[in-house]
Design a protein around this ligand. Structure first.
Ligand code: PFF
Length: 446
């Protein structure tokens, strides 16, 4: 279906929207605990190294696919190469949809925790009690499902406004708010008594802690954080004007994404160390360790509510991007209008989110390959389809599009001619080899 395509209103609009997609639960919730589990400073350095080489290069590749075709991921591959390549597009769209379903469940928890921080019901200093509070909440058959529904509703609401007056406008309001809240929280955290130890853990590299797993964790985190391998940046690229600067914009988005990850580390790790908690608590770091810390701080409930509000904002602009992948596909390939497509996609997301949420509680007896549904969906996407999507995008640009891709790379950018050689090398050799390694590891072959 070809109709007049929607576009971002300006380069800044694109950068904010794409940064909104990239900055999400991955930065604020996942990055600090993965850093904590992987020894701190050395992980941070490796992560930044990967983000500014492979990450930004694959981001550029996805934007090229989108901008040059002005189509959804499946349509884009069909237009550029045909053959079996559209399958890559279909796989990314499906991956985006599946991730969206459990992403909205976690996002629902953040909204719940924001409200419950104010009422005080999730803030207790007793470490044994607080784990129980979180468990009781996420295994409840009704409450988390209601918060998930609310969050999906918000996501659909933003999408209904369209590219410029929905997605871009939300990003223009929410991203500055996010930065502001983040800075307030950093200031609070680094001035706590004993924060220095946490700052040292985060910033001083100790390379004796680096293992093979550290590299793989950093690569996986970089992909997820930059929203790569699931069609989101192809879709957002398709709303760029035909000659908009790709290299400069991609660099700006990457810098913003990395900055939020680093600032989130500076919120969470100093607080964790100041209160003598363990940085290796894993996924529970933000929902269990952190509330117990807030409970011990003067005005802790306010900082807690601000923190979960920040998480909710970050999650919203990311969920909007995931939903947009699905919307763009149906709008480009079908005849449906945005409203119908967005509402239907929202309902379908909810239909998968409900069993995902219940699988943590009443439906935990039902497992796939030994994992409850929530974990199975997470595993399937993060460890398999997402790296596979990224790998195929790199191979496609490096070995199928070749010169055409390089022409697109330099088109519209004053920065790009100086970078095209490095980009070609990374996209042809470095990225495929490195991604193949994550994939093999994800599948448990090594
Ligand atoms: N980049 C997001 C995060 O770090 O939380 C996750 C994500 C959002 C991935 C949107 C993909 C996407 F389309």
């Amino acid at each position: 279906m070809n109709r007049t395509r929607e576009h971002w209103t300006s380069r800044m609009g694109f950068i904010l929207a794409a940064a909104g997609s990239a900055v999400g639960l991955g930065n604020v919730w996942r990055f600090p605990y993965v850093t904590g589990e992987n020894g701190g400073g050395a992980f941070l350095l490796i992560y930044l190294g990967i983000v500014f080489s492979i990450g930004v290069s694959v981001l550029v590749a996805e934007l090229i696919i989108g901008r040059s075709t002005q189509l959804d991921p499946a349509g884009a591959f069909r237009k550029l190469a045909g053959g079996a390549w559209p399958i890559v597009g279909y796989m990314s769209i499906l991956t985006a949809f599946v991730i969206l379903s459990f992403y909205c469940v976690i996002a629902g928890w953040t909204v719940a925790y924001m409200i419950k921080s104010i009422t005080g019901s999730v803030l207790t200093a007793n470490p044994e009690e607080i784990g129980g509070v979180f468990d009781a909440f996420i295994t409840d058959p009704l409450e988390p499902v209601l918060y998930t529904a609310l969050f999906i509703g918000l996501t659909v609401f933003v999408a209904l406004g369209g590219v410029a007056s929905g997605i871009e406008r939300a990003a223009r309001i929410l991203m500055p708010a996010l930065f502001f809240i983040l800075l307030v929280l950093v200031a609070r955290s680094v001035t706590l008594d004993g924060a220095v130890e946490g700052i040292a853990f985060f910033l001083e590299p100790d390379f004796s802690k680096v293992t093979w797993e550290t590299l793989l964790a950093a690569l996986g985190q970089a992909f997820f954080s930059l929203s790569l391998g699931m069609g989101a940046m192809i879709t957002y690229g398709s709303y760029m004007q035909r000659h908009d600067d790709i290299a400069g914009s991609a660099l700006a988005v990457t810098v913003l994404d990395a900055l939020v990850a680093v600032l989130s580390g500076l919120v969470i790790l100093p607080a964790v160390f100041a209160f003598g908690a363990a940085p290796t608590a894993g996924p529970g770091l933000t929902f269990i360790t952190l509330p117990s810390i807030f409970a011990q701080m003067p005005f802790g409930f306010l900082f807690a509510a601000l923190f979960f509000f920040l998480l909710a904002i970050a999650a919203l602009t990311s969920a909007v991007a995931l939903l947009e992948v699905v919307i763009a596909y149906f709008m480009d390939e079908g005849s449906a209008n945005r409203k119908k497509v967005a509402v239907t996609a929202g309902i379908a997301t909810f239909a998968l989110a409900v069993p995902a949420s219940l699988s943590l509680g009443v439906m935990s007896g039902f497992t796939i390959g030994g994992k409850v549904l929530f974990d199975a969906l997470d595993y399937l996407t993060n460890n398999i389809t997402l790296p596979l999507g990224g790998l195929l995008v790199a191979l496609f640009l490096g070995w199928v599009l070749k010169h055409r891709g390089e022409e697109e790379f330099v088109d519209g950018s004053t920065l790009a001619p100086a970078l095209v050689g490095a980009w070609r090398f990374i996209i042809r050799y470095v990225a495929p080899v490195a991604i193949l390694l994550i994939l093999i590891n994800g599948l448990g072959f090594i």
